[in-house]
Each structure stands twice: as structure tokens, then as C-alpha cells.
Ligand binder design. Sequence first.
Ligand code: GLA
Ligand code: GLA
Length: 655
Amino acid sequence: MRLTRVPGLLFGGDYNPEQWPEEVWAEDVRLMAEAGVTMATVAVFSWSRLEPAPGVYDFGWLDRVLDLLHEHGVSADLATATATPPPWLVRAHPEAMPVDAHGVRLEFGSRQGYCPSSPVFREHTVRLATAIATRYAEHPALAMWHVGNEYADHTLECFCPESARHFRAWLQARYGTVGALNTAWGTSCWGQHYTGFEQIEPPRKAPGPVNPAQLLDWRRFCSDALLELFTAERDALREVTPAVPVTTNFMSILHGLDYWSWAAAEDLVSDDAYPDPADPESHVAVALSYDLMRSLKQRPWLLLESAPSAVSWREVNVPKPPGMMRLHSLQAVAHGADGVMFFQWRQAKYGPEKFHSALLPHGGTTTRGWQDTLRLGADLQRLAEVAGTTTRAEVALVLGWDSWWGLEAPESMPSNRLKLKDLLLAWYAPLHARGIAVDLAPPDRDLSAYRVVIVPNLYLCTAEQAKALASVTGELVVGPFSGVVDESDQVHDGGAPGPLRELLGLAIDEFWPLADGVTQRVRDAGGDVGLARTWAEWPRVVGDAVEVLARYEGGDLDGLPAITRNGNATYLSCLLDDLTPVLDRVLHDVPALDVPLGVEATRRENHLFLLNHTSTPQQVALPQPGRDLLSETDLRGVITLAARDAVVLRIEGDT
Ligand code: GLA
Ligand code: GLA
């Protein structure tokens, strides 16, 4: 299935022509055509130029931009331009600007200056989206809609009175009565019993720790409130152009927004990813986020923004060395992207992003950057046949936002060292190193199709989620501090692992977080299994058939079970520095690929991507002969992959 009506893999980037005199536009489109650019994201921040006064539109310049793009074979990912409200709107309605947790209203002068719950802002975004859709419904350049931009990048939450009203309505819909809310929020603790919804406020800065159940609902509400903002615009667009796909660019694995519900609301998933070139392992973490993007709709997705070289928002913005931009782009395709786009087309002359790299650098067409742009454009054309293909994964990693929000609540946990992204990555990295495809899955999905299901952590686990995990027919692996609380952040009766008790055959008598720097040995009959750091537990076996695979040795937990197995369910009561022994036990039926460290192997149907992320040549034994689409040569046996080079092998007769 194609993402848009544009054939092949998409290539292009954010294009901000309003930052340049019109004379420059002709050069832009000429160079886009030269580089093989097929799509440009346009008008993301153009509201103040498109609607200079309330209801007064100036579409002339955008007409000319879209015409020029179309004449040069470039389609438009056309934005609804609502990522920054114009000054006239903010001055007429200062209440539409967001308020922080200290009650300070933020000022105009940046972007995303809006309260997600502001009815005035919503009304104006819908009006503008409708006007743009009506204007360009029949324009031949229009390929897809880009709503807002990176929701929650700057503005995730607002604590103003309007947000408070909206939060109360959301709570009323969830709980019906204030009595039910009192029960769910456990307001008998610290004397917080409410007698009416009107007494409830967003969790502004309070004298001490805020009720964690209130915070959990606030996180849910904030994700939903922004989603409402998105869906209001989406509906307006669908009214006018029902056949044009609608997306908004995600921000990889983002704490603030529940992307399972967001992805369900859009037509195609798109992502912005900025792996740090200074981090030699960043390609692993980004692969995990790409696999999430592919899993969100179980379909190809689009890398809508990435950096050709350096960004401009880190403390130190390290550029991408030669070959990395191409390699990272091919990596996104390897993980299911049907296009690679960048921020941005032409490097800015002014503004906060003037030092951010671009496909066309300040120095123009004589630069190394431009050569990279040309090379990538040509390579993506060679890979056109990959578009639309999917990936079959036998292993699933479970990720749920409710549980993540609960786990990382501030100020009330046994340890603040448990970070869900780290926990996911600890499992993902060794799978990735073996060339094993991994899906991400929400905790309530039917997981019976997977041979191995890994739950790095499920702090918040409902009875239904426990049921879904119990229906796993392959291997199930559950990490520590799971099944602790219900959907209201209340500890399950009898303590952890709550609804997972029968499945795991265990009770956790006490959590045993390890102080920074402290380790705890874990051994099995064969010797050392590894070292636990950060987290351990005091487990007690309650099932008849539980096998203890490894025990703690030495220290306070000496002799207690560290890793157990009950039927198909393995439980780890600690964070191990090496998960290989556990993976070796459960991956028996999952085919792996033997590749050197730092070489990534990923499949999309009958295409095998081999990516050398190291800065030295690597020898790779091909599992099968095939044709490398990049070099257009037939390969077999052992090949040498140059530093930061890649092969995309079409394997015949094997899908
Ligand atoms: C103090 C407070 C108690 C409780 C404990 C927790 O003693 O008075 O209400 O918060 O700390 O350690
Ligand atoms: C995000 C935003 C862009 C730009 C880039 C810079 O992707 O969507 O507007 O700010 O970051 O890296």
C-alpha cells in the first residue's frame, strides 16, 4: 500500500520559501529537480503570512510556490499552518497563550504559543484549515496534509483557567460523579476529599508532592486535549478533501503523547528523528523508535524530518561525518519508512535555526552537503521497489503510555532511576544486534501471533492487560516492578505483581532498589548470569510449578530467586547488566542473523538491508545471494562492507 499517490520512496524536506525573496524560489525548484526531490513540506509556520488579519487571506505567494513545485515534479506535504498563531490573534486573545505550572502566562516570540484547550484558538485553526483545504483541494501538487507540527514539542500542557475547565469536563466524563473521582484518586490521603468538580484544578506547582493519581489523569488529559486539537483540524480537512491523507509529525518515542491513540486518528504515521552523531550508539535507539513508527499502524510510515548534518538545539551540535546522512536515511527505510525527508531544504539565513544543517547548505552547490543530497536522491530512486513492503516480526516489546506515565511520576516512587526508554532499549539492543525484527505493541493488543513477547516493565497493569499477557502462546518475559498498580495508580490487593501473580507464580514481598553504584550478583547452576544494578526485589514463589532459573548471591537478597519461570512466563526481579542469557533461553525458535558488532541487518519482505554503522570496513556473510540495489551488482558469499556503507539485497524467490 502506498502512503500517498507519489510513487517510489519520497525524498525532500521542509521548505520555507517565505523566508526568501521570490528570485530564490526558481533556483530552489531547479535544484530540487536536480536532486530528485519528490516532496516538500510547505507552510508549517506560515499563518501570519497567510492570514495577516482576521479572515483576510493572502494565498497569492503560496499559489506561486505550489505551482512552481508542481512544474518541477515536486508534490506538497501541505501544512495547515497552525503551528504558530499570528500576533494579531494573540493580542486580541491573550488568554489563548499557554500558562506554565507556576501560573506564568508565556509570551509571543517563539512558536507553539497556544493553550491546547483554548476554544478561540481551536476555532481559528479550524477556520484556517478549512480555508487552505478549500483553496488547494484541486491543486495537483497536493499529496498530503500536515496538521500542526510536532505536537507537544514546546507546548504539552497549559495550566490556565480554560485548561482547568476542560480538565474538569474530561474528569466528569471519565468518572461521572465526584465520589467516583475521590475513590479513584484516593483523596482520603492527605485530606484531599473533593465535594464538587469545580474544586479541582490542574496540578499546578503545589507546596509538596502532588497526588500521583491526579498527575496520571493529567497526563492522559494533556495527550487527549492536544489530540482533540489535531482531530478538529483533521475533520475540517476530511470534509473538503476526503481522499487526501492526513498526518502530523511525531517525535519518536515521546513521553507526553500516547501515540497508539494518536496513530489511530491519522491516515499515515510520520516521524521526526534526530539521532545524535556524537553518540556512537544512537543508531540503536533510533531503530527502536522507527520500529515503533512501523508498529503503530502495522504499515509503512514516513520519516518526515531528520537532519542532513548538525542540528541547532543541543548543547554541542556535532555534524554527521561523511556517509552518515546516507546511512541513517537508509536505516529509516530499512525499518519501514517509505520516504526520507529533512529539516530543511535550504539552510536558514536568520532565526533560531540558522545553524541547523539543510539539504542545500549556506555554501550552496559546491559543498560536501550538497554532494550528499545528490547522492541520497539517486540512491532512493534505486530503492523505489521497496516502497509499500512490510516487515514481519516474531518478537514484540510491550509499551503502554499509562504505565510509562505512572512509572515516571515524580516524587513518590521507590526509585527515580527506572526510565522506560532505558528499559526498552536494554532489551531492544541485543535483539537488534542479532538482526531480529521487533514490533512494539500496546499492552492490551492480542499478542498471540508472536513467538516471544517481552514486557520490559508494566508498572500499571489492569486485569484485562494481564489477560492479554496470559494469552501469549509463545515465550513471555516480564521485567521487574510490573503489575504494581491499577489504572488509578492504586496498589493491587496483595501487592505486586497483582493480576500477574498467577501467571508468574510469584509474590513480591518488597522492592529492593539498589543505591547508585551498588551491584548484586545473580548466579545459576552454571555460574554467573550477570550483575543486577539499579533495581532488585524480594520475591516469594507462590506457584507449584515455578522453576527458579537464577538466584541472588551475596548481599541482603542472598539465595532469593532472581529469575523464575512458570510455564511459558519468565520473570526477572532485577535489572541485569547483560540480558543475553535470558534471551538465549527464549529466542530458540526465532531466526537470527550473524553480523559483526555495529552492522545492522533488517528485512522488508525480500529485501535485506545491511548497514555498517562502524567507521571501519566489516566482513559480512550473506545468508543468500542477491542483487544489491544500491551498487546494482550481484553479490554472494562473504562481502566487505566499507565504513558507513550499506547494501540493500534483493533476495529472489524468498519472501
Ligand atoms: C513525615 C510526615 C508524615 C509522612 C512521613 C514519611 O514524618 O509527617 O506525614 O509524610 O514523613 O516519611
Ligand atoms: C523539528 C521541527 C522543525 C525544526 C527541527 C529542527 O523537527 O519540526 O520545525 O525545528 O525540529 O531540528
